[in-house]
Each structure stands twice: as C-alpha cells, then as structure tokens.
Design a protein around this ligand. Structure first.
Ligand code: GLN
Length: 294
C-alpha cells in the first residue's frame, strides 16, 4: 500500500518562500489554455498564452529588474506537470528559487509549449528561458546557450507492465515498435543507435508530441517500448501500467536554456543556482520531488 509519490499533497506543492514576483504567474485559467486534450490535462498545447518580453519591473531595492518569462513542457513528471490546473514540479520550483537569487531579474510568468517548440519559442523571444529538463548538448548549443548543469540523467526503456517483452539492451528493440517524444535526446538514441544502424525500420518508430501520449500507446499495446529520461521513466512506472526494462547510460545533464549571447542572464542564473545550492534549497527540492516515498 505504497503512497503515490506522484501526487504530492497540495501542502507540499509550494513550500519554497516566494517573493511577490512569484505571484505574477500566468493566471490559472490561462495556464490550462491550449491543452492538447485527452491526456489528463498533462500535456502542453502549442499556443502561447501571454506576451513575453523583457519589460522592466521595480525591484524591492527600488532598482529596475528585468522581468523574464519562462517556458516549459508539462507532462514530464516530476520535473513539470499540471496538478489541479496548476503548473508544478522540480523545474518550476528550482527556476523560481534561482531567479529569486538572480540579481537584476524577476520572473513574470510561465508559458507552456510542446517540448519541440521550446527552442523556437526562445529564439523568437516568446520566452526568455527554458526550464524543461532539457539536456545540454552540442546540437542545441549551436542555436541557444545553457546555464550550468543542474541535474544528471540517463535514458531508460519502458515496456508494458506484465508483458512478454522484456528487453535488456537497445539491440533487443530491433523489430519492435518504439516510441519517444519529438525532439528529445530519447528520440536521438532511437535515431542514432537503432535507425541509423539499421536495427530498427524508420516505420517502426513513433514520435509523439508528449511522452504522456506515448505511454498511453504503450499501455494500449500500440507500441512495444519507449525511450525516455530515467527519472521520468521511474515516475511513469510508479503510476502507470509500465515497467522500466533497463537503463541506457547517456550521462546527460540538464540546464536552463537561454538565448544565444544572453550572457547577463546566464551569469545571473548561474550565480542564482550556486546560491540555491549553498542555501540547501536545491537539496530540499530534490527531496521534495524525488524522494516522496521516503
Ligand atoms: N532530457 C531530454 C531532452 O532534453 C528530455 C526532456 C523532456 O522531454 N522534457 O531531450
């Protein structure tokens, strides 16, 4: 009778003291806007809901802080998801704590996108930073910049719970139908390690706008396996009829994405991250979101 670690009690959702700017979240009714539907309200819609920008707001010290807009892609528990219509998760808490410590910046709100739309939203200035468990890699580094890393992860392979198919290596996925979320490093593993090596036919790969949809297809028997970040695979394994078959080491590190050349914001967020680690807030947040089982 284990407690469901993926449905944190509401009182646990917001333990981090927040300054006034945190109230400037996108209002409840707007946060749900554009939801993809049919996915437990977990997935992001493509539509942006508020105007992003770099308007200035008065800081508490009477100075002028730059208000920034953060973008994320819910449906990636426990990093970002919707609970009772509210956007919550490790990334949400962490970025908010980091910005509180980032000199010269405040957070004016969050916008939700599909994962693959986040970098375009950043480069087109709809948002100013990405907090979406986004892996720092060379390909993305050509288009955007990242803060220092804030979390490490590998890829896991999910299969149906109690099913016949229990692969122990990527090669075992040969001939099966495999899914991943569009634009992710999980999709990159399928492409590089399987499709490009002719271990998997292109037609045996299904790309989904959100992993929630991929997991539904896995549970329903439409696909046989999913490649997905390990911590999120563990979450799905706990609250859906899926199991982690094995983990494939990729040694990824997540960073907050920022526009290329936004060096002031980059150093402010890097110092903020360091301050949040030093204050013990980082550890508190990992306990809150990753150790709810105790
Ligand atoms: N870490 C993976 C990536 O960056 C997946 C992120 C996600 O799906 N939110 O591609």
């Amino acid at each position: 009778m284990a407690a469901d670690p993926f449905a944190p009690p509401m009182e646990l959702c917001r333990p981090v003291p927040r300054n006034d700017h945190a109230q400037a979240h996108v209002p409840e009714d707007r946060r749900g806007a554009g939801g993809a539907g049919g996915t437990d309200g977990e997935t992001a819609g493509g539509a942006a809901t508020t105007a992003a920008g770099t308007a200035t707001a008065d800081g508490e010290d009477g100075g002028s802080d730059t208000a920034i807009v953060a973008g994320t892609a819910p449906g990636f528990r426990p990093f970002e998801m919707k609970e009772g219509g509210e956007l919550v998760g490790f990334d949400v808490d962490l970025l908010e704590a980091v910005i509180e410590q980032a000199e010269g910046y405040t957070l004016s709100g969050w916008q939700e996108f599909e994962f693959s739309s986040l970098i375009p939203a950043l480069t087109s200035e709809k948002i100013d930073t990405i907090a979406a468990a986004m892996t720092i890699n060379d390909e993305r580094d050509e288009t955007i910049d990242f803060t220092d890393p804030y979390y490490s992860a590998n890829q896991s392979v999910l299969v149906r719970e109690g099913g016949e198919f229990s692969p122990s290596s990527l090669a075992d996925l040969s001939g099966q139908v495999v899914g991943a979320q569009t634009g992710t490093t999980g999709e990159g593993v399928v492409q590089d390690q399987l499709i490009n090596r002719s271990e998997l036919a292109e037609s045996n790969y299904n790309s989904y706008g959100n992993y929630v949809l991929a997991v539904e297809d896995l549970v329903n028997g439409n696909i046989d396996a999913i490649v997905i970040d390990e911590p999120v695979a563990a979450t799905f394994a706990s609250d859906r009829q899926v199991d982690v078959a094995f983990t494939y080491e990729t040694g990824e590190e997540y960073g907050f994405g920022i526009r290329d050349g936004a060096s002031d914001l980059q150093s402010a967020l890097d110092s903020g991250l360091e301050a949040v680690r030093e204050a013990g807030t980082y550890e508190d947040l990992t306990k809150k979101w990753f150790e709810q089982d105790g």
